[in-house]
Design a protein around this ligand. Structure first.
Ligand code: CP
Length: 298
């Protein structure tokens, strides 16, 4: 059983194949059964511990478009909330469905589900990683620049989205600089994993201006993630100077995984500018995940 807990659960070749398949699926009519109904009668369970717009809707729509279907299981919909162990839940769901997409707080919970499930576990966001987002990010970059021969900058929190983006960039050879405030960087273990791939090592700085100077594309994300509300004031203070705004940018393309907090990590003017690729990026979740599900659940 092949799980997808982070981007490097795929080989470089598999990652290229998923991106190619995503591009092909994107170019097809969804009603074209010959090309599109790749997962007939397959069922994906979607286990959500926290809210979502993009992940929920793109996975559910994706499964429908592929001829299968998805079952949404929110925090109050399973016996997990009443103490049934993850191990029992994983083994039970595996007897009914063909894959399980999970959005949980603790990455270790996704790992435990994968340990016990006999069907693929797909990480739809944990505190450590957001690999489905990274697939969409890479697809969006390749689509826009027609190549991975670009320089990218991550500006802001070294969070779960950043960590999977770092791994994804390393795998495809994107030259990435991460600018984060002191104390809010990428885990050393993630940097080590990224630097094992051929291609440029990840550059890390506390200077956003330096990070974006030679960048073709600049990526930012929320400063205060779900579950971190108590740290809000402290984080807003630490991230002063890291806003992606018109003063920081020149002509760079802009990514944001959404939801965006206009006036915090990014300005409304930047989000609404011609340089923002954020709506293509959100759409590409659908195509990238359809390609991934076809690979894992077929
Ligand atoms: N980018 C992303 O994962 O969005 P949702 O939280 O709405 O799923």
């Amino acid at each position: 059983t092949q799980h997808f807990l982070d981007v490097d659960d795929l080989s470089r070749e598999e990652l290229d194949d998923v991106l190619d398949d995503a591009e092909a699926l994107k170019s097809q009519e969804t009603g074209d059964d010959d090309n599109h109904a790749l997962l007939p009668d397959k069922t994906l369970a979607m286990l959500f511990e926290k809210p979502s717009t993009r992940t929920r809707v793109s996975f559910e729509t994706g499964m429908t478009q592929l001829g299968g279907h998805a079952i949404f299981l929110g925090p109050d919909d399973t016996q997990l909330g009443r103490g049934e162990p993850l191990s029992d839940t994983a083994r039970t769901l595996s007897r009914y469905v063909d894959g399980i997409m999970v959005r949980v707080f603790n990455h270790a919970d996704a790992v435990e589900l994968a340990e016990y499930a006999s069907v693929p576990i797909v990480n739809g966001l944990t505190d450590d990683a957001h690999p489905c987002q990274a697939l969409a990010d890479l697809l969006t970059i390749r689509e826009h620049f027609d190549s991975f021969d670009v320089q990218a900058a991550w500006v802001g929190d070294g969070n779960n989205v950043a960590q999977s983006f770092v791994i994804g960039c390393a795998m495809v050879g994107i030259d990435l600089t991460v600018a984060h405030p002191e104390g809010y960087g990428i885990d050393d273990s993630v940097i080590d994993r990224a630097n094992q791939f051929d291609g440029p090592n990840v550059t890390v700085t506390n200077d956003p201006t330096k990070a974006v100077a030679d960048a073709d594309v600049v990526y930012t994300d929320v400063w205060v993630s779900m579950g971190q509300e108590k740290e809000r004031d402290e984080k807003l203070q630490a991230f002063e100077g890291f806003q992606v705004n018109e003063e920081l940018l020149d002509e760079q393309a802009v990514l944001h995984c959404l939801p965006a907090h206009r006036g915090e990590e990014i300005t409304g003017a930047v989000i609404e500018s011609d340089h923002a690729l954020v709506w293509d990026q959100a759409e590409n979740r659908l195509h990238a995940q359809k390609a991934l599900l076809t690979k894992l659940l077929s």
